[in-house]
Design a protein around this ligand. Structure first.
Ligand code: UGA
Length: 434
């Protein structure tokens, strides 16, 4: 099939590359000339496992990058919109890029096309895109608008695209929806066809629900801290109930990234726009913000005043397997440590080039051990695999004090105590102090 993907951000790029890998002819379009030139040379601007190989396999065979929207649209039957919808001042969803993309597509229609929206957009956007295209098309070309929300997770986006748990396609025309479903047919995964608005809502409701799970479990973890229970055991016990399940119940520093904070705030705003006041979701966001403060309290509990203390920070990205720093807990925790007079040494396996744009006055280290040298405490902010596999004997010799404050619960408190560390987890019962 001939496909154009407008926008080579995270979603657009992964989607375009994977569609090409499925045998389609894909043109990825972006207004950013420099980015397109880099992509044409095979340079990928994001860190995403598996993506580089896919680009290598398909580039200039079935996968093309261009700034020429007109040509791309004219040569395609399917045009995906995958541009960003950033949050405005009050969390409202900024739909400007989607509107611009729709206008650009409309002006270049040269026959029937299906325009598919992948961006996370307010409910009702499908109708707005339809109106924009009707207004800006040059003749009375026929078209259909479809909503096909994405459920890709950074760090496992390629797997998520090839093995999605569901594919949601919302449309006013059943035949358009079925044509889009054909693209996904080789994946042999469940496909749900709905109306446009329900598809748009499924995306928001899914992200808001997952975010709610995280805030819920973080509150339970905070109570575990007070009463001396272990949240990991609690979750295990809960998860045997198939109505609950065990996923997305890792307590820690709360959710970050470009999606959950933005989408929950966006949904609250969408509610207001429709005279509906969410009561639950503002709390979900507040609990999430407070979780970082809760972590800092633990650091104080472990170290007292931070003035003159050396602190190692392991992990800067908002989650492992990505270099994405958006809404990462490190962005609020690290500046707070330095503001309180601590000397901060940081290490992240891939996110340091990105982190350098935001986190100043810290020492960037070559590895976890260098960061830990002479440290009064090691703080774990991202659960990278290499931190789980750390050599504790080596670590013990390097640090000034054997204190670990684990914001991601990657270690076992009993084992840490056996190894001689004072361990502070998130909701892991009473800390073991030596
Ligand atoms: C999320 C959704 O999981 C995807 O389905 C969705 O497509 C995507 O947003 C989007 O809207 O584009 P992503 O933000 O990449 O994906 O990352 P997740 O793996 O979902 O993690 C989000 C945040 O929640 C991270 O900060 C992570 O550390 C945190 N988290 C996750 C927890 O604190 N506890 C958990 O149990 C799980």
């Amino acid at each position: 099939m001939r496909i154009t993907v407008v926008g080579t951000g995270y979603v657009g790029l992964v989607t375009g590359c994977c569609f090409a890998d499925l045998g389609n002819v894909v043109t990825c379009v972006d207004v950013n000339r420099k980015k397109v030139q880099e992509l044409q040379k095979g340079f990928i601007p994001i860190y995403e496992p598996g993506l580089e190989e896919i680009v290598k396999r398909n580039r200039n065979k079935r996968l093309y990058f261009t700034t020429d929207l007109a040509k791309a649209v004219q040569n395609s039957d399917f045009v995906f919109i995958a541009v960003n919808t950033p949050p405005g001042k009050n969390g409202e969803v900024d739909i400007t890029h989607v509107q611009e993309a729709a206008k650009g597509i409309a002006r270049n229609l040269n026959g029937y096309k299906i325009i598919i929206n992948k961006s996370t957009v307010p409910i009702g956007m499908g109708d707005i895109v339809t109106q924009i295209i009707q207004k800006h098309r040059t003749k009375k070309q026929s078209f259909d608008v479809v909503s096909n929300p994405e459920f890709l997770r950074e760090g496992s986006a390629v797997t998520d695209l090839f093995k999605p748990e569901r594919i949601v396609i919302g449309a006013t025309s059943r035949s358009a929806a079925q044509k889009v479903a054909e693209i996904y047919k080789p994946l042999h995964r469940p496909i749900l066809i709905t109306d446009l608005k329900s598809a748009e809502m499924i995306k928001y409701a899914s992200n808001a629900f997952l975010a709610t799970k995280i805030s819920f479990i973080n509150e339970i973890a905070n109570l575990c801290d007070q009463v001396g229970a272990d949240i990991t055991q609690v979750v295990k016990g809960m998860s045997y109930d198939s109505r609950i399940g065990g996923q997305f119940l890792n307590a820690g520093l709360g959710f970050g990234g470009s999606c959950f904070p933005k989408d929950v705030a966006g949904l609250v705003q969408i509610g207001k726009d429709h005279q509906f006041q969410f009561r639950l979701l503002p709390q979900v966001l507040e609990i999430n913000r407070d979780q970082r403060k809760h972590f800092l309290k633990k650091v104080h509990k472990a170290l007292g005043s931070l003035k003159g203390k050396t602190i190692a920070v392991w992990g800067l990205s908002f989650k492992p397997d990505t270099d994405d720093m958006r809404e990462a807990p490190s962005l609020t925790i690290v500046p707070e440590l330095t503001a309180q007079g601590a000397k901060v040494k940081v290490y992240d396996p891939v996110a340091m080039p990105q982190a350098k744009l935001f986190l100043k006055n810290v020492k960037y280290c070559k590895n976890a051990y260098e960061a830990a040298k002479s440290a009064d405490a090691v703080l774990v902010l991202t659960e990278w695999h290499e931190f789980i596999q750390i050599d504790f004997q080596k670590l013990k010799k390097l640090v000034r004090k054997t204190v670990i404050v684990d914001g991601r619960n990657i270690y076992d408190p009993t084992q840490m105590a056996e190894k001689g560390f004072s361990y502070y987890g998130m909701g892991r019962g009473k800390p073991f102090v030596f």
